[in-house]
Structures are given as structure tokens and as C-alpha cells.
Design a protein around this ligand. Structure first.
Ligand code: SAH
Length: 355
């Protein structure tokens, strides 16, 4: 089956331009690309026989030469306390990934993965602990949306966040294609204004994204304003120091005219001191931004070793104090209270055991 798939062209993941080119390359008019784009991404069709405006011989040819669906549904779990729903999905090459639906009062957010595992090794993150396996294709990124939409109702999903497993900017080409697909008005009905890409900070790629013209919302996993502390908890900071990322983010803001979200996981005695409040205040005075404070979700279920095993959550009363001090300095702060930790679907808890 895998050999068969290798010979076939995967249509899902192709942008409108790529589909147009594909149809021209097989001797068909370019407009067939638009028709198929609409069937695959808007109507979420997986069978060529449903593509009623394509001539029958073309449908037969497509079903012989190409495939649409890239992921299979394996299982899902729902959190009894919050309604958060986690999906376990499988790629054709039998890698498992996770995506999560997070219902809130005014919106329902789908959190998607861009890699199987993650190469970054952030010390507070379960996905980092499991290591890196491979990049997902744009089709595999889209299919997480498709499976969620079919399961939960397309009209019920209002936001998408690239905050699942993996670092989207280390899988740049597929991430960009998936954004082009999501951002097309024909598809999800979710505009790029409601899509947030979260990165640990790959400075050159932030600039490239700014130049792409796609005005997706950007979140930086900040976690500390101090280079030495940040390098300790996020080793990627050694390669791309915060200063470089801040420059890239200023460029992003200028190009896209958007506001940045700084994510900040509260780690006891590591990034929750008065010095941190002062540094965040300085940073936010330079960049149109808001801060999402995230209580640290335990990794105990992963049996961490080394530095990861020492990490503890900042106690709730200290988080409240930290947040109110920032707010007193006119900084917009949201506290993202944990959703779905009873099913290991909260931030930084996504990790599927490799086969
Ligand atoms: N690689 C990207 C996206 C994935 S992580 C990034 O680093 O931004 C999505 C968010 O969850 C990040 O802000 C990440 O720092 C946060 N996170 C990771 N582990 C966590 C944990 N154990 N508790 C709370 N938040 C965590």
C-alpha cells in the first residue's frame, strides 16, 4: 500500500497555483485546479466520484493517479471538565500525531501540529522530550483541520493555532502552503486574522514569513527575556538568540501591521521574579503586543530526567501577583488557564509514543 502511494501524486496540500499547474501538466485546462481546490478544501470531499463538475474520464484518471486523504483518524478523547477534545491521527507511513479542539466562551480553537515530535528540546515541553521524527506535509497539516471539522462541525471552529507538536518555522514550506490554503476565502471561512502561528523563534524564518505577504498572527514563545535563562530552558536560543528574534519581530510588525503575542510559561523561581516583570515591561513598550501567561503543565507523566525533572509550576497566587504587576504597567495580559490536562492535551503535553 505504501509503495502504491509513493507512485501516486498527493493532491491535498497543493495550493491553488500548484493544482492549476498540475492539471496543465496532465493536459487539462488550468481551471480544473480551482474546481478540485474547491472540492478538497471547501467541501472536504475525499472521493473523486463526488466531484460532480469534473468529466467522468478525468475522475477515473485522478482516482488511478492521485490520492486526496493523507491522515487517518485513530482515536479521540474528550476532557470531562472542559470539553477539550484531543484527536490521535495517523500518517500513511504510520506516524501518530495529535491535534486538539479547545472550546471557550466566545470561540472554539483548533490546535494543530506541524511535525511528528519536535527537534527543539525545550526543557518544559513533553513534545521536546519525545524527540523529532519528521516534518508533516501541507496536506497532513490540512487534514487535521478536515478531521476536526467533520467531527465537530466546520461552522463551530472559529480559530486555528499552530501550537501543537513541532516547530512550524522549521517546517517552513509546508507550513506556508497550509497557510495559503487556510487563508483562501474558499476554504475554512477562518481568515488569517484568526490564525496564530507560534514559534520558539527562528529569526530568519520570521523575516521570510513577513515577506510572504500572509498576514498571519504571530506568537513568540518568550518564556524569559534574559538570554542565559532562555538558552537554558530553550536550547534553540543559542542558535537564534532572543535579540535576533526581537529584531525579526519588529520587522514582522512593520510589514504586517499586526500585534505580537508573547507566550510565557510560568516556571517557579526561573522566570517569575521582579527582574522578569521589569524586562517584560521594557520589551512590551517597544513592540505592539500582549502577553499570554500559561501556567506550567506538569511533565510528570513523561518521567523527565535532568533539568526538566527540576521544573515546577509557579504557585497560583504568585502567578496572580505577577500578572497584576504587569497589568499595573498597562500591559495586556491573558492567563491561559489549563485546558484538557486530564487527557494530556494541554499546552506542551502533546506527545505520542513512537511505534
Ligand atoms: N514550537 C512552537 C509551537 C508549539 S508549543 C513554539 O515553541 O511556540 C505551543 C506553546 O505551548 C508554546 O508557547 C510552548 O512554549 C507552550 N508549552 C510547551 N510546554 C508547555 C508546558 N509544559 N506547559 C505549558 N505550556 C507549554
Amino acid at each position: 500500500m505504501i509503495n502504491d502511494l509513493k507512485k501516486k501524486t498527493t493532491l491535498k496540500g497543493m495550493t491553488l497555483d500548484e493544482l492549476n499547474n498540475y492539471f496543465v501538466s496532465i493536459g487539462e485546462p488550468a481551471f480544473r485546479g480551482g474546481q478540485v481546490f474547491n472540492w478538497i478544501y471547501n467541501h472536504l470531499v475525499t472521493d473523486f466520484s463526488d466531484m460532480k463538475n469534473l468529466p467522468k474520464p478525468l475522475r477515473t484518471k485522478l482516482s488511478e493517479d492521485t490520492i486526496i486523504q493523507t491522515l487517518a483518524y485513530v482515536d479521540s478523547e474528550i476532557s470531562a471538565s472542559t470539553g477539550t477534545k484531543k484527536f490521535i491521527l495517523e500518517t500513511h507511513d504510520l506516524n501518530k500525531i495529535e491535534s486538539v479542539i479547545i472550546p471557550e466562551e466566545n470561540r472554539t480553537t483548533l490546535c494543530i501540529s506541524t511535525q511528528v515530535g519536535c527537534p527543539l528540546d525545550c526543557k518544559f515541553c513533553a513534545t521536546g522530550l519525545m524527540g523529532y521524527k519528521k516534518n508533516l506535509s501541507a496536506g497532513e497539516i490540512f487534514d487535521q483541520y478536515m478531521i476536526a471539522a467533520l467531527n465537530y462541525g466546520k461552522e463551530n471552529l472559529t480559530n486555528i493555532v499552530y501550537m501543537g507538536m513541532g516547530e512550524p518555522l522549521l517546517n517552513y514550506a509546508a507550513t506556508l502552503n497550509s497557510l495559503k490554503i487556510f487563508g483562501d476565502e474558499l476554504t475554512t471561512g477562518i481568515s488569517l486574522k484568526k490564525i496564530t502561528l507560534s514559534t520558539a523563534g527562528i529569526a530568519p524564518k520570521i523575516k521570510e514569513l513577513a515577506d510572504s505577504g500572509l498576514k498571519v498572527k504571530l506568537a513568540l514563545s518568550l518564556h524569559s527575556c534574559f538570554e542565559d535563562t532562555r538558552s537554558k530552558i530553550m536550547p534553540i536560543n543559542i542558535k537564534y538568540p532572543l535579540k535576533q528574534n526581537i529584531d525579526a519581530i519588529k520587522y514582522y510588525v512593520k510589514k504586517t501591521n499586526t500585534r505580537i503575542t508573547f507566550e510565557y510559561v510560568m516556571l517557579k523561581d526561573i522566570n517569575d521574579r521582579q527582574d522578569d516583570i521589569n524586562a517584560i515591561t521594557r520589551l512590551c513598550s517597544e513592540i505592539p503586543s500582549k502577553v499570554n501567561v500559561i501556567p506550567f503543565n506538569s511533565l510528570k507523566h513523561m518521567n523527565p530526567v535532568g533539568f526538566s525533572a527540576l521544573l515546577e509550576p509557579t504557585p497560583k497566587h504568585r502567578i496572580e501577583d505577577f500578572v497584576s504587576k504587569l497589568r499595573n504597567r498597562n500591559i495586556t495580559v491573558n492567563v491561559r488557564y489549563t485546558q484538557g490536562d486530564d487527557i494530556a492535551a494541554a499546552c506542551g503535553q502533546l506527545a505520542v509514543k513512537f511505534n
